[in-house]
Design a protein around this ligand. Sequence first.
Ligand code: ZN
Length: 504
Amino acid sequence: MTSAYDQLRALSREAAVLNSARAVLAWDQETFMPAGGAELRADQAAALATIAHARATDPRIAGLLDECEAHAPHAADPHAPDARNLREMRRDYERAMRLPAALVAELAKVGSQAQQAWKDARERADFHAFQPWLERMLELTRRKAECWGAPQGGELYDALLEEYEPGARAEQIHALFTPLATRLSALVASLLDNGTRPDDAPVRVEIHAERQHAFGMRILEAIGFDLHAGRLDVTTHPFCEGIGPGDTRLTTRYRESRWTDALFGTLHEGGHGLYEQGLPKRERFGEPLGEAISLGIHESQSRMWENFVGRSAEFWRWAAPIAEQTLGLRGCSAEQIFRAVNTVDRSFIRVEADEATYNLHVLLRFELERALVRGDLHAADLPHAWNTRFEQLLGVRPPDDRRGCLQDVHWSFGLIGYFPTYTLGNLAAAQLWETIHTHVPGLAESIANGRFAPLLEWLRHNIHAHGRRFRAGELIERLTGQPLSPDPLLRYLTAKLAPVYNMG
Ligand code: ZN
């Protein structure tokens, strides 16, 4: 007879196998599927989603969870991995059960229509065409949040946040982000108003996509991404899909007039991919212990490889000769490339933003979506609120809504509570980075020599191997000795960018 716990684990795995099939289909849709396959693909995805949801809400689970919680030997130590596994299984089950199937279906259907409406509206910079869809999605998203319920002492927005960043609260994020934004705005202003802009000629050299691909593959291999258990393909919107044990898919896109787009995209998705490959999926596929902690921690991994490694002077000491060989980038020193990839600009578009301004874009979205959920801001007033706040934060005003509140896809399909995870990831990356430097002696030299294993091993051992054993805040405090703070990121950006802008 198998124990209740083993039965729970087996059910989790069954749902995960179904979801992984859905992930392969989603990956294929974004990479190789012919346009004509779209209708069938939507049916396939919906059919698998329904079956997977039925597994995740299987009526047997409630009894099995009760039995484990009452009798399991690991209940004695609530911090033990299996106790945490069980706690997270309970959490996931309760959340899944609270959403009525009809609401889930309506969200999916209206979300896909709203996404289409958003695409058209963005194209024409016509917010009014999108406004009714945004209102509809906000209403549905609020209903979803009400089903989950605001946590004790929290607000409705927290229920949404909980989906992407378990344990995070809007009030704490506000307390972290507000001083960060003030100091970042000041840093950006001082760099751009008083510094000397570095020459970005090295990144504007035209380079063929094939050469860029070869370079990206070389870099992925060097940082430790296992290409026998993963792939790199081309898509419009780069992503990483951790399909399951032994299969992690990355995508990127090549812009011949700016080779760094693909490189940093590949490093970013590669960072997500290293996390996926480092999770104990062989033993724990589908269980919380085999899954990533949160979007914020996931993003801390991608940002660390993209920015802390990939935009460092050490990295380019190693990579510049390879870029010369593989990309044919002639006459650019490591120092010149390092400066070129660290220019700061007041851009309107988040996904094109540099490290210094990026978090200002995120803060804006967090403030606005929180106000929308609270009802303090009406959809009709969004463009004005966006432009006004953007100007306060970045010193320039978006000329139209395409470069303003219509630029991101997220809100159109109900991803509300998602944006703050980008900045939480940057903050976590910076704080972990300081700790890693104290734990891994000679890290800078090893990066300059193209040896990334010491860094990856640290991440594997301290973060990846644990799955969801710890909540994000708990993990950061355990590893760094401090709660998440804006200071490490500000220290890191100032230390790197002031010399790039010849400011001491
Ligand atoms: Zn990412």
